[in-house]
Ligand binder design. Sequence first.
Ligand code: MG
Length: 137
Amino acid sequence: MARFPKLAVFDLDYTLWPFWVDTHVDPPFHRSSDGTVLDSRGRTIRLYPDVPEILERLQGLGVPVAAASRTGEIKGANQLLELFGLLRYFVHLEIYPGSKVTHFQRLQQKTGVPFSQMIFFDDEKRNIVDVGKLGTE
Ligand SMILES: [Mg+2]
């Protein structure tokens, strides 16, 4: 891999935020007048605190960022990315159930970036193993 990857791909649940969007919280989400993101039961929803800075730094380095999530709560996941102000960092969103090999094949087709020039962040071993077989770090 060159000095920087040509695409950085992030999982969502337990990678950008500390919960499963399909089970631990209750969509739809909204933002209160003080800017806090809340779920439908009024519980505060937070990102991992370092996430905005990491995405900002990648953008500054010219590294495009994409999301690859296998959640079934597609609408809620998209809504959280929007409410947290993160949509502007992502060039592609691949959010749907199934093996992440599919997510990465679509990212490869859309960007033209070889798997070996992508970097992937995920908390689940099964995803890391599947995507690692494609040659992604
Ligand atoms: Mg995860």
